[in-house]
Design a protein around this ligand. Structure first.
Ligand code: ADP
Ligand code: PHD
Length: 423
């Protein structure tokens, strides 16, 4: 068994879907689970649909649903020019239900509603992909991951119930391979014990590939991307990136945890636990060697890797009663930060203050100042960058700090992290 994952970029239009068929034809033997994400930027569009539903803005809701319909319709019309294909009917029915959804009552639980609607992006893409692969002569079956991956009730951030998921994989997924060779299913989505849809957190489709590989004891996972492999920096920011040929699970976890967004950080741990290699390969050049992520630490230090996070806020908390920052204050601050859902990118404490760095796009700093104001005076700096360099050397530090002031720096033997602002 092998698991392939195709993300939004690899199924963004009809040509991209044809390319997936070409890639599958390069692997004519062995069983395959294909995990697919929503097409192109559909998840963002679905989020807007949920938002307009919550605001009870019917005009906007119907416009947005129509826009998503047209987007998918264009792809389906190109792939299946004749109307008799069942996929036309399937898609029309799904969009009809979504349109009518506006008239039904909505739950107070926004996250619940979010998952029921946003998950449809993956349902659609997997239906279209499976119908087309079948048409192309591949031995495929469509699998509803909402019947396979069991989670708790934490909508939008479903926590996987591994034992139950393993049971469902054995009962419902593995037997399908007696008849068919390729199972096509959705990334990012699961279900609760009552059968409601959950999602696993944004960019969670890579994680689905990891879960299914773990539960099927797969020989390997390949995630197909628009880049040649895992690079030593995001090519969106740098021209002269270097491909990492082979790195350890540990290194890949560190890089993705620090923000190398090419792999979802949760994906790697289940693979590491069973020693299942993860290949990151280019869907544009599928015959090229990508990156192999595996056990050995031998190659990790060869190339310095760097990760940028832009638009950062550095906030310092000082107790108003002039006490030092001690464990009691820290416990209290952490508890409140967790309660308000603040995701900390970096932290540091001194005698009188405790500082955290977070994404401006995820947390509004003034609101946080307000929430802490009874006990702590909170001050902040915004418009900052965080750079993390793994296996750093002075040349790389010099390269990334040109024309920058460094506000905060943390170093271990392998990693340096600097919070910077433009001079
Ligand atoms: N270290 C890195 N190596 C390669 N790509 C990276 C790295 N860090 C960030 N990226 C970005 O990850 C993108 C691919 O991931 P993503 O957009 O999540 O793909 P998909 O949604 O198709 O699965 C690349 O286009 C690249 O800009
Ligand atoms: N579609 C979901 C899940 C996902 O992982 O997508 P992608 O593989 O395109 O990053 C999202 O955009 O969050």
């Amino acid at each position: 068994m092998n698991v392939f994952k195709f993300g939004g970029a690899s199924v963004k239009d009809a040509n991209a879907v044809r390319n997936v068929s070409h890639i599958l034809s390069l692997f004519p033997k062995g069983n395959l689970i294909v995990v697919v994400s929503a097409m192109g930027k559909t998840t963002n569009a679905m989020e807007e649909i949920v938002d307009s539903l919550r605001k009870k803005d019917e005009k906007r809701y119907l416009e947005l649903v129509e826009d998503r319909y047209q987007f998918h319709q264009l792809i389906v019309a190109e792939l299946f020019p004749e109307k008799h294909y069942f996929i036309h009917q399937q898609m029309d029915e799904l969009f009809e239900t979504l349109k009518n959804r506006f008239q039904l009552p909505i739950s107070d639980n926004y996250n619940f509603e979010y998952d029921q609607i946003v998950s449809l992006g993956e349902v659609l893409s997997s239906m279209i992909l499976e119908a087309f692969m079948k048409e192309e002569g591949h031995s495929t079956i469509w699998v509803d991951c909402r019947k396979i991956i069991r989670t708790d009730h934490e909508y939008r951030e479903g926590e996987v119930d591994w034992a139950k998921t393993q049971e469902l994989v054995n009962e419902r997924l593995l037997p399908l391979f007696k008849e068919k060779r390729i199972a096509i299913t959705q990334g990012f989505i699961g279900h609760t014990s009552e059968g409601f849809t959950t999602t696993l957190g944004r960019e969670g489709s890579d994680f689905t590939a990891g879960i299914l590989a773990y539960c099927t004891n797969a020989n390997g996972v390949t995630i197909w991307k628009d880049v040649p492999g895992m690079l030593n920096a995001d090519p969106k920011w740098f021209d002269d990136t270097i491909k990492l040929e082979k790195i350890s699970f540990k290194e890949a976890i560190e890089l993705s945890y620090y923000g190398a967004s090419v792999i979802h950080p949760k994906t790697i741990k289940p693979l590491q636990n069973k020693g299942i290699p993860l290949y990151v390969k280019s869907f544009i050049n599928p015959n090229a060697e990508g990156t192999v992520i595996q056990e050995s630490l031998e190659f990790d230090h060869l190339v310095p890797s760097f990760i940028f996070k832009m638009d950062q806020v550095l906030m310092s908390f000082t107790p108003k009663d002039f006490s030092f920052i001690v464990e009691e204050n820290l416990g209290d601050i952490f508890q409140q930060l967790a309660f308000y859902g603040v995701k900390i990118n970096l932290m540091q404490n001194s005698a009188l203050s405790f500082s955290i760095l977070f994404d401006r796009s995820k947390t509004e700093p003034m609101k946080l100042v307000e929430k802490f104001k009874d006990q702590y005076s909170a001050r902040y700096n915004e418009g900052l960058e965080l750079v993390t360099i793994r296996h750093y050397d002075q040349a790389t530090i010099n390269r990334v700090t040109i024309d920058k002031d460094i506000l905060l720096e943390q170093r271990t033997r392998q990693t340096i992290r600097m919070v910077m602002k433009n001079k």
